[in-house]
Design a protein around this ligand. Structure first.
Ligand code: KIV
Ligand code: ZN
Length: 506
């Protein structure tokens, strides 16, 4: 039997960005989009342009920047959505408009207040409108997995007749179970007369932890496009994880007889870039890209691994981007070695970025002797995401505390041309709290801290500390991340990262 190509449609920048606290700025989105194109993703859903001028602009810049992948924009069945989507992506090499409309009884009755006939009319009218602008149109029947089967068939037939080249069947609320979901795909292929004129796609959410299983079953039943996100980020419990679906198809090629264009060695850098930008950490035991995904702890397993890795390993760690040894650079390493390392980690840097990276690298080598891959990654992310528009930066701080004294901190922050200062403050219940309150005071953002985590980026007493924070401000959650060999400094940087996200959004 010949192998089928599966289209990988990534929606990290649209559905993924809908994860609470995962919002990204334009520069961050462009970095992710370029990474996705380099990874071999076929379609990049860059955003929902009508939502805000910022979203529109990000999609437009991605459409201009990305080469080698189709760039897609989301639109409801509304004229202004479709026009905004088209305006944002029209300069892309291969633009796609993704039109969606809910079809289930629950959505028709409570959300849209529309009859079945009205849904059919909308599908026809708005898919046609999109197809007149753009030759590549995808239609999604939102909440398809809870839609009456005969009605879903009629909507799909209508969408194809009106010009849709891809039909997406979302399990919007993560309600489907594998065999039932595969049954929907089989039934569509059996009953919709023009189904061969479109690619059938699936889009699964993970509310019951079955997004990947549902997706695989649907592929087996004949779906030709898979919608997914890096690290499985997305609404609520997230979406089908790209790295998992790609490696399942790759590892079980014997079974699925399906191939993707994804360069699997770039999966780990992709995962780390998205986690770095969004602040959404990857659990240690996460399949494929978690820190423990290839760690063997039990003696019996280690013994088997030494005799032959295939005893306990179904994939080689190198296949997804883990390297054997990652002790890399030090004080005497030059720019060429650094550039080679950045490329090996999956990043493409221009000359200015490389220059900035080298400067930061030299600062770090003064602070710590051994520089590991993870250190280089943190520096690259800082450089890639350096944003001229960022408002708040750290000038200096002092902090004194001890078991027999009240902590006292002083903090100087830069804001544009001015430097603002809090001196000898001890209003909190410890040095971190003091600094947090000083940041709220100086920036004017009265945040509530929800999460504060610190861990070391690599090994050794001189390792960099990584601090992750989540704060609430104005009813929304913002994440921040900071790195330094000094954990207090990393803490300040993490809170400022969160503040700068608020500033950008404002
Ligand atoms: O989950 C969903 O139904 C969606 C659609 C817009 C495709 O994200
Ligand atoms: Zn979704």
């Amino acid at each position: 039997m010949s192998e089928r190509p599966i289209v990988i449609f990534d929606t990290t920048l649209r559905d993924g960005e809908q994860s609470p606290g995962a919002s990204m700025n334009t520069q961050e989105k462009i970095s992710v989009a370029e990474m996705l194109a380099g990874l071999g993703v076929d379609v990049i859903e860059a955003g929902f342009p009508v939502i805000s001028p910022g979203d529109f602009e990000s999609v437009r810049q991605i459409a201009r920047a990305v080469k080698g992948s189709s760039v897609c924009a989301l639109a409801r069945c509304k004229t202004q959505d479709i026009q905004a989507a088209w305006e944002a992506i029209r300069e892309a090499e291969n633009p796609r408009i993704h039109v969606f409309l809910a079809t289930s009884e629950i959505h028709r009755r409570f959300k849209l207040r529309m009859t079945q006939d009205e849904i059919l009319q909308h599908t026809e009218g708005y898919v046609r409108m999109a197809a007149e602008l753009c030759p590549n149109v995808e239609f999604s029947a939102e909440d398809a997995s809870r839609t009456e089967m005969d009605f879903l068939c009629r909507v799909v037939e209508m969408a194809i007749r009106s010009g849709a080249k891809t039909i997406n069947i979302p399990d919007t609320v993560g309600y489907a179970v594998p065999e039932q979901f595969a049954g929907i795909i089989r039934e569509l292929r059996r009953s919709v007369p023009n189904i061969e004129q479109a690619v059938l796609s699936i889009h699964c959410h993970n509310d019951l932890g079955m997004a990947v299983a549902n997706t695989l079953c649907a592929v087996e039943a004949g779906a030709g496009q898979v919608e997914c996100t890096i690290n499985g980020i997305g609404e609520r419990a997230g979406n089908c994880a790209l790295e998992e679906i790609v490696m399942a198809l790759n590892t079980r090629r014997d079974y699925y007889r399906a191939v993707t264009r994804v360069i699997t060695e770039k999966l780990l850098p992709a995962s780390q870039l998205v986690s770095g930008i969004t602040g959404l950490e990857v659990p240690r035991n996460k399949a494929i890209v978690g820190r423990n995904a290839f760690a063997h702890e039990s003696g019996i397993h280690q013994d088997g691994m030494l005799k032959n890795p295939t005893t306990y390993e179904i994939m080689r760690p190198e296949m997804v981007g883990f390297t054997q040894t990652d002790l890399v650079l030090g004080k005497h390493s030059g720019r060429a070695a650094l550039s080679a390392k950045a490329a090996a980690l999956g990043y493409t840097l221009d000359d200015d970025q490389l220059k900035a990276l080298f400067e930061q690298f030299k600062v770090l080598t003064d602070r710590k002797k051994d520089i590991y891959d993870a250190d280089i990654r943190t520096l690259i992310q800082r450089v890639l995401l350096a944003d001229e528009a960022v408002r708040w930066t750290l000038e200096s701080y002092t902090c004194s505390s001890g078991s027999d004294r009240k902590p006292v901190v002083s903090l100087k922050l830069r804001h544009g041309d001015s430097v603002l200062e809090v001196k000898d403050s001890s209003s909190g219940d410890g040095p971190i709290d003091d600094l947090f309150l000083a940041i709220c005071d100086l920036t004017g953002y009265a945040m509530t801290c929800r999460e504060y985590r610190v861990h070391s980026v690599t090994v050794g007493h001189d390792a960099q500390g990584e601090v992750n924070v989540a704060v609430d401000w104005n009813g929304r959650e913002y994440r921040g991340r900071g790195f330094s060999t000094d954990c207090i400094e990393a803490t300040i940087l993490a809170f400022l990262d969160a503040v700068n996200r608020m500033v950008r959004e404002k």
